[in-house]
Design a protein around this ligand. Structure first.
Ligand code: HEC
Ligand code: HEC
Ligand code: HEC
Ligand code: HEC
Ligand code: HEC
Ligand code: HEC
Ligand code: HEC
Ligand code: HEC
Ligand code: HEC
Ligand code: HEC
Length: 322
């Protein structure tokens, strides 16, 4: 379906353009890129800065944990612009607060509007490969900031990135309760058992696929990472597998139907596209009508995949029979 392809390409172009514009917009932030550690002129610390030693005096636990966390690099790395001022890289100049001890005199990234918080973090994290798509993610558009998922101090020095499956699923479920509920259906992945996570299929920072889908190799759906036999390239492709993707026929979060199909019988999945009826689902696009010898009143023609075994694509048969 060339139009799908074209739309995707158009979308990618837009995304790249948006990213470029955004990057230009935040260049003013006087921070270095975490990815690119090339030395730049250090920040000139005037009287408004107190230095991390000053913070240590009153926030000792936070300070000590900080020196065990990945962000200690901002404080101690020889090439850091923020050497000995790591705290102020996120909190801004702190001398006034160190004198007044008033919360009003210091910036807390977690209390800002999401866009401002993201600017602080992206000041250093923009050019990392992990965030290639972040700018166009739904999370950014819907004001879910970096600190909604990354606690800088609150979860301790190793809690900055949720890594174990239980933590990740709990985090996502915190806001996406409805999705978590779909995983209670009878046919589903073993996500509630923490055998896999939302991040196996979604990139929380965004991606070039719909619904922030994870990608595999050259922009193929993340499903392929585990279901490699569905990858192809097949000599005889089944058009929807490539052009509409797995959710054309499967409910990835779980289904009441075997094989996580969108319909309770396989043939109903097929006939939605392979009949002369207009498509009834959002995904349905016309496939060819089965040849006349398919007498659908006869039981032997009702289970399509008994004959069309290679419904994801075939190496040898154009009718996906073997
Ligand atoms: C003399 C003691 C003292 C020093 C020095 C100090 N703080 Fe504080 N800080 C406090 C106290 C007390 C509070 C709690 C204020 C409140 O809740 O009203 C606080 C609160 C904060 C908060 C929370 C603000 C909020 O809105 O939630 C941040 C962030 C903070 N300090 C960062 C820093 C940084 C960064 C430095 C070093 C530049 C620093 N502090 C130096 C005593 C200090
Ligand atoms: C990478 C950015 C970053 C750096 C660097 C950083 N902080 Fe924070 N700080 C935050 C964020 C975000 C919060 C909100 C709470 C959280 O995420 O844990 C916060 C909260 C705080 C608070 C309020 C604590 C509370 O319970 O609400 C204090 C105090 C504080 N920081 C002090 C410091 C000190 C001292 C340093 C240096 C040792 C420092 N911060 C370095 C981002 C940072
Ligand atoms: C002054 C620069 C700077 C700022 C501002 C900054 N970071 Fe970082 N961040 C770093 C550096 C340096 C590292 C160490 C890893 C690296 O080299 O990329 C890091 C690492 C991380 C990691 C990865 C830890 C890991 O284990 O892989 C996360 C997550 C992170 N930062 C989140 C944030 C968030 C959230 C904010 C905003 C509240 C923020 N950072 C602000 C410089 C910064
Ligand atoms: C919706 C939740 C969410 C948001 C919002 C989010 N992250 Fe993440 N981030 C995660 C999760 C989950 C991981 C762990 C991913 C993994 O294990 O593959 C992660 C990983 C990271 C890492 C480590 C990459 C690695 O694999 O070592 C960095 C750095 C990072 N995030 C920075 C950021 C920054 C900067 C922002 C804001 C611009 C942000 N994140 C927004 C959930 C989020
Ligand atoms: C602080 C709340 C919050 C957390 C935590 C959170 N999300 Fe979201 N997420 C949202 C909001 C708000 C939206 C946008 C509205 C919507 O589509 O529901 C969204 C949208 C999404 C979408 C839809 C993207 C699209 O383009 O249709 C996916 C996928 C997603 N989140 C996955 C995750 C994953 C995976 C995690 C855990 C790493 C996570 N979210 C954690 C709030 C959150
Ligand atoms: C097996 C892979 C897979 C897993 C695991 C998965 N998703 Fe999805 N998710 C998808 C796919 C594929 C879509 C797109 C569905 C479509 O196009 O109809 C999607 C769509 C979404 C959407 C947007 C549409 C909607 O249904 O609201 C959200 C939000 C979302 N997922 C969140 C999550 C969260 C949160 C988790 C973890 C509890 C999760 N997903 C686990 C594959 C997965
Ligand atoms: C992290 C690996 C992983 C990813 C990613 C993944 N799956 Fe799965 N999938 C599995 C495993 C393992 C099973 C075996 C069933 C179980 O968990 O009991 C499975 C089972 C299935 C089944 C049901 C098979 C049956 O016999 O009932 C379908 C359909 C399926 N996956 C589709 C998808 C789709 C579509 C995606 C992408 C949106 C996807 N999977 C992503 C690991 C994965
Ligand atoms: C045109 C509809 C359709 C599309 C698109 C589709 N599937 Fe399927 N899939 C099916 C049907 C029908 C079955 C059940 C076959 C049977 O009953 O023998 C199935 C079964 C499966 C199974 C379990 C049995 C097996 O063959 O391993 C997995 C896993 C699976 N699909 C993964 C995927 C993945 C991954 C994608 C996307 C790359 C995908 N499917 C796209 C229709 C589809
Ligand atoms: C989302 C729509 C859709 C669904 C669902 C679907 N198909 Fe298809 N199918 C197509 C399209 C589009 C083509 C390509 C038609 C063409 O080449 O003109 C196709 C091609 C085929 C072909 C090969 C015909 C040819 O000449 O290329 C067979 C056989 C087939 N489908 C069987 C099935 C079976 C069996 C199922 C159910 C498991 C199924 N299809 C589900 C859309 C669908
Ligand atoms: C008893 C075995 C059998 C069953 C069951 C079966 N088919 Fe077929 N189907 C075939 C054969 C054999 C061909 C190839 C005919 C040919 O070579 O022209 C075919 C061809 C097709 C084609 C390709 C038409 C074209 O013009 O290229 C479609 C589409 C199709 N079947 C759909 C279905 C659907 C949908 C079902 C379930 C309702 C189904 N089939 C059930 C044996 C079967």
């Amino acid at each position: 379906m060339p139009s799908t392809n074209l739309n995707l390409r158009r979308f990618c172009l837009l995304a790249v353009a948006a990213q470029f514009l955004f990057a230009a917009g935040i260049q003013g932030a006087d921070t270095k890129s975490a990815g690119n550690k090339a030395a730049k002129a250090p920040v000139k610390f005037g009287d408004e800065y107190a230095g991390s030693d000053a913070c240590q005096a009153c926030h000792e636990d936070i300070y000590n944990n900080f020196l065990k966390s990945p962000h200690k690099a901002t404080e101690t790395d020889a090439r850091s612009k923020w050497k000995q001022h790591g705290c102020e890289s996120c909190h801004g100049p702190g001398a006034k607060h160190a004198g007044s001890v008033s919360a009003e005199d210091i910036r807390n990234p977690a209390k800002l509007v999401a866009e401002q918080t993201d600017r602080i973090c992206l000041g250093c994290h923009l050019n990392q490969t992990t965030h290639a798509g972040r700018i166009q993610s739904s999370h950014m558009k819907d004001s879910v900031s970096c600190v909604a998922c990354h606690k800088v101090h609150a979860d301790g020095p190793v809690g900055l990135v949720p890594r174990n499956p239980e933590q990740v699923n709990k985090l996502c479920a915190g806001c996406h309760l409805n999705v978590m509920a779909e995983f209670q259906k009878p046919f589903r992945h073993k996500l509630p058992e923490d055998a896999m996570t939302c991040v196996d299929c979604h990139n929380p920072h965004g991606s070039s696929r719909p619904a922030m889908g994870q990608t595999f190799a050259a922009n193929e759906p993340g499903c392929i990472k585990c279901h490699g036999d569905k990858r192809g390239p097949f000599t005889f492709e089944h058009a929807p597998v490539r052009y509409e993707g797995c959710p054309a026929c499967h409910e990835p979060h779980g289904s009441v139907n075997p094989r996580m199909l969108v319909r309770h019988e396989v043939r109903l999945v097929c006939l939605e596209c392979h009949s002369n009826l207009p498509g009834v689902t959002k995904n349905a696009s016309a496939g060819v009508v089965p040849p006349a010898f398919h007498d659908l009143r006869l039981p032997q023609y009702q289970n399509c995949t008994v004959c069309h075994q290679k419904v994801h694509g075939s190496y040898i048969d154009r009718n996906l029979l073997k």
